[in-house]
Every structure is written in structure tokens, then in C-alpha cells.
Design a protein around this ligand. Sequence first.
Ligand SMILES: [Fe+2]
Length: 207
Amino acid sequence: MTRFTLKALPYPADALSPVMSARTVQIHHGKHQAAYASKLESLTENSEHRHYDLDHLIIRTYNSRRERAIFNNASQLRNHEFFWESLTPNTVVDPPRPIAERLVQSFGSLQEFREEFVRKAVNQFGSGWAWLVISPSGAWRIDTTHDADNPVLWGGFPLFVCDLWEHAYYLDWQQDRAGFVRAVVERLINWERVSLRLSQFQSRHAA
Ligand SMILES: [Fe+2]
């Protein structure tokens, strides 16, 4: 039985256009993400890894050299699921008040939050991800990670992510990573989803 599968997109492939064209999304989801799912499926065949969900599998395999390929594919699959959920075509430019207040408190203003997100994303050398994350101390930060890494590996709680691999933007933006990330943070953030993540964080810490 198949254990690790490609989750369907939460919207049609052309819904994020023009920031991400239908062709970009189809290749990104249907080829890149699909490859992570099928590779992970074959790497974990008949192994105990199939008892774990992606979040646990990532943490279990991160420090193992021998299981590096499993980690990479599991984490990339998880990061992509989180990425699509982080975005929405139903553009609501500004976040709801509780989120806006935390962003202003943490970054000075909404505009500063966006600027810092773009700055850090551009400064991330090579492939990776840019995250809005609640750190283990409870602070809201923008972190970038290399390759397949995810802030859960060091106790962070992600609220939002933007893919910085070239396959996310090269067809539509060529080398202009800054333009792509700016368009994402100005037009595509799923604030409803960020609010939901914040409630999950709060209920986890209230328990
Ligand atoms: Fe990607």
C-alpha cells in the first residue's frame, strides 16, 4: 500500500498567476514535489519509517548520514505541502489584527516585515526556504534554511514559508528572486492559514 503520496493542490494550478504561472505550478507540484513523494515511497519500502508521519520522520532521520536521502525527500515533501497551504489566490493584503499586532511588535511595521522577509530570502545562498517562524523562546522571526531543512528541527514552529529553489520562480522571474518573493509576500500570503497555525501553537503551549 502506498504510504507517502502527493497531496492535491488546495486551488487550481492557474490560481496563483501571474506571480506563479500555471506552467510553473504544474511543474513544481506535478514533477518536483511528485518526485519527492515517489522517491520517499521507494526509499522507505518495507521499513519501519512507514509508521511515522512526515514531521516525525524528518526529526528521526535528520542526524543520520545513512538516512540522508530519506530525510531530504521527506522534508522536501513536507515543506512543499506547507508551502502550497501558506499561499492563497484570495488576496487579503493585510493580516487580521492579532497577527498584525505581533508582526508590528516583532518587526516595527508590516512593511518592515515584508522588507526583512525579502532581504533574508535574497541573502539565502543557494537553494532553500524562507520562513516566518515562532522560535523556541516565543519570538517571531524570519529564518532561512538550506536545501530541505525545516525550523522544526531546532524547535521552531513555522507559520508561513516561501520556496527559494529556482524551480519556484525561474520560468516566470528568471534570476529575480527578490521580485518573486516580494510578489509572494505582498499578494499571496494565506493569513487565514497563519492565524490557524498561531492557534495551533497557542493550544499546544496552553496544554
Ligand atoms: Fe519547490
